[in-house]
Every structure is written in structure tokens, then in C-alpha cells.
Ligand binder design. Structure first.
Ligand code: KG4
Length: 334
């Protein structure tokens, strides 16, 4: 048995996890930064400062929770990108010095690959994991992609957004409704009491690509027109508006995903990223799986958002192939 420690610091969560060589997670500590709430979005400079403060206590706790010492580690994995440069640099620099001090290899991890492979994080040794190939709908604040996962080391993006991401669209709608940032969980909660009575216009571009800018504009214009008729329209219809926004985004996401399922005939499907916490998306993905006789993988809530356990999984796959990083590498934002 050997152990890998992983660091994630690409945006506003400082996280450290330890997994064993069977992909079982021994600890996954996440320090979320509250400082951004009052600004309505992540402030990069504040994020990197908070990472700097959090990283040592988070690593310390992850080792304690895992009940191992740092001398028992075989490698250190870290998110190299994409993400906020200042935030990434904190994790990358820490990983480099930690690995050097312990004289063990370090492994660079792509953040998006980590989200896709979050389905391989095991809480128990018997836990089922997806078989290759599988199709993954990756939906987060900054990305919307359909990924064909041929193996842990071979992925192909077969469709992606040409403008805004699904999470960004939901957050923008939430902002118009004066809901706190990030708006996704608030829209989800409100939508459960509403009906999707508003129809927004949606773009349908070629292949498996997405476009959300038209939907964003349609939400803005529809609400503007409603407010002209009734200045209290938003406060009186909050739940229905939330349900309508949620439905429009989920419809958009799943239309293209269904097309990919039909065309590729792949029978294992998955969802990943922050927006995969959405209850409507989770429910409708199960329905889609049943309709096409696919096995469906939906991550645990704690693995939908940024976490180091998913980074550790990619780290372990790369460790098994001795694919290590050299000391000269640096972070990449995009
Ligand atoms: O992957 P993630 O944690 O990080 C970024 O890519 O930034 O995704 C964050 C996104 C935000 O847009 C947030 O509003 C959305 O995930 N989100 C949700 C829900 N929970 C988080 N969107 C819809 N429904 C939710 N329950």
C-alpha cells in the first residue's frame, strides 16, 4: 500500500486530500473562502492571499485525518491549471517545496480532467467506478463540455461552449434576481417551489457545441419586459423564474448530451463539475440514462465542487505510469 497527497488551489477553495493505492480516499479537507461573498464573485487577489493562509493548516489536517505521516507519502499531486494564476501558484509552489523536502516525485494535474475522473474516488474499496469508454458532461462555473473518456489518460472534448458556461448563465440569472453569489444553489432551491412557466429562446448551434449567450440575453429581456408590466414581477414570481431558468439550462445541456449518447452509442454516462450538484440536472440525467439503457454516474455532492480528492485520483493514475512533473514547470491559467 502507498499514499498520494494532492493539493487543489485553482479558484477559491484550498483543498488537500490523501488517497491510498486502491483509490480509497483517506482524507479530503476543503477550506472555502467566504471573503468573496460580499463582492458577488471571486476576487483573484484575495483568493491567492487566502490560499497562502490556508494551505499549511489544510495539509496538516489532511495528514492527521488520514492518520499517516508525511514520510509515508509516495508522491505529491497538484492542480497545475486551468484556473486563477495567483491561486494556482500557491498550490504549485507548495507542492514543489513539499516534494523536494520529502524527496518524492510530484505530479501535475489538469483541473478539468480531475473533475471528469472524480468518479474514481472511492469511499469504500467495493465502490463501483465507470467502465471505459464513458461520456461525461462537465458543467462548472467556467466550463461546459462533453468529454469522451476513452481511458484515464485519453480524453477527447467532443463538444463545448463557444461563449458562456452553464454555471455562469445560472449565476448571471441569479444576480438579476438579486440572489447571493454563487447563485446556482439558490436557483436550485427556489426552483423546487416553482413552475417553469417562462419560455426563453435558446441557441442551437452545430454538433455537440453549446452557446449560452443567447439564453442569457433572453432571460434579461424577458424579465425587463415583465417588469415594465408589473414592477413587482420578480419578487412575486421568484420561484417560477428560477424554475424557468433552471429548466432552460438543463434542457440545453441534455439536448446535446443526448445527441452525443445516440451518435456514439456509449452506454456509460456521467456528469461532473459544480453544476452537477443541481437537483433537476441529476434527476433528468437518471431519466436519460434509463431511456437509453445507460449506466449513470452522478458524483457525491462533496465531489461536485473543487476538491483535492479528484486531483489525487489523476495523480494516482499518472503515478502508476511514472508520469512525473519536473521542478521547472509552472502553473497555466488557461
Ligand atoms: O466547478 P465549480 O465549483 O467551480 C467553478 O468552475 O468555478 O462550479 C461552480 C458553479 C457555480 O456557477 C455555481 O453556481 C454552480 O456551480 N452550482 C450550481 C449548484 N451548485 C453549484 N448550479 C446549479 N445548481 C446547484 N445546485
Amino acid at each position: 500500500m502507498f499514499y498520494i497527497l494532492a493539493i487543489e488551489s485553482s479558484c477559491d477553495d484550498t483543498s488537500c486530500a490523501v488517497i491510498d493505492s486502491n483509490f480509497c480516499v483517506l482524507s479530503n479537507v476543503i477550506a472555502s473562502q467566504q471573503v468573496h461573498k460580499e463582492y458577488g464573485g471571486v476576487v483573484p487577489e484575495l483568493a491567492s492571499r487566502a490560499h497562502q493562509q490556508n494551505i499549511i493548516p489544510v495539509v496538516d489536517k489532511a495528514l492527521k485525518d488520514a492518520k499517516i505521516t508525511k514520510e509515508q507519502l509516495s508522491a505529491v499531486a497538484f492542480t497545475r491549471g486551468p484556473g486563477l494564476m495567483g491561486s494556482l501558484l500557491v498550490g504549485v509552489s507548495f507542492a514543489k517545496s513539499f516534494a523536494r523536502a520529502l524527496d518524492i516525485p510530484m505530479i501535475d494535474v489538469n483541473h478539468l480532467e480531475a473533475h471528469v475522473l472524480a468518479h474514481f474516488i472511492k469511499d469504500t474499496p467495493e465502490q463501483k467506478v465507470p467502465e471505459f469508454p464513458f461520456l461525461c458532461l462537465l458543467v462548472s462555473g467556467g466550463n461546459t463540455q462533453i468529454v469522451l473518456v476513452e481511458s484515464a489518460r485519453k480524453m477527447q472534448i467532443i463538444g463545448q461552449t463557444i461563449d458562456d458556461a452553464a454555471g455562469e448563465t445560472i449565476d448571471k440569472a441569479a444576480k438579476i434576481l438579486s440572489l447571493p453569489y454563487p447563485g446556482g444553489p439558490h436557483i436550485d432551491r427556489l426552483a423546487q417551489e416553482g413552475k417553469p412557466v417562462l419560455i426563453f429562446s435558446q441557441s442551437n448551434i452545430k454538433n455537440y457545441d453549446y452557446s449560452f449567450s443567447g439564453l442569457k440575453t433572453s432571460i434579461l429581456y424577458t424579465l425587463r419586459d415583465k417588469l415594465k408590466e408589473n414592477p413587482k414581477y420578480m419578487e412575486e414570481n421568484l420561484a417560477d423564474i428560477a424554475a424557468s431558468v433552471q429548466k432552460a439550462v438543463v434542457d440545453s445541456l441534455l439536448n446535446k448530451f443526448e445527441k452525443a449518447i445516440k451518435d456514439t452509442k456509449i452506454k456509460t454516462i456521467a456528469v461532473a463539475g459544480g453544476v452537477s450538484a443541481n437537483s433537476e440536472l441529476r434527476r433528468r440525467l437518471q431519466e436519460l440514462g434509463a431511456k437509453h439503457k445507460c449506466e449513470v454516474f452522478i458524483p457525491k455532492f462533496s465531489y461536485t465542487t473543487d476538491n483535492a480528492a479528484m486531483v489525487a485520483v489523476v495523480g494516482l493514475f499518472k503515478y502508476l505510469e511514472k508520469d512525473f512533473a519536473h521542478l521547472g514547470l509552472t502553473a497555466y491559467a488557461r
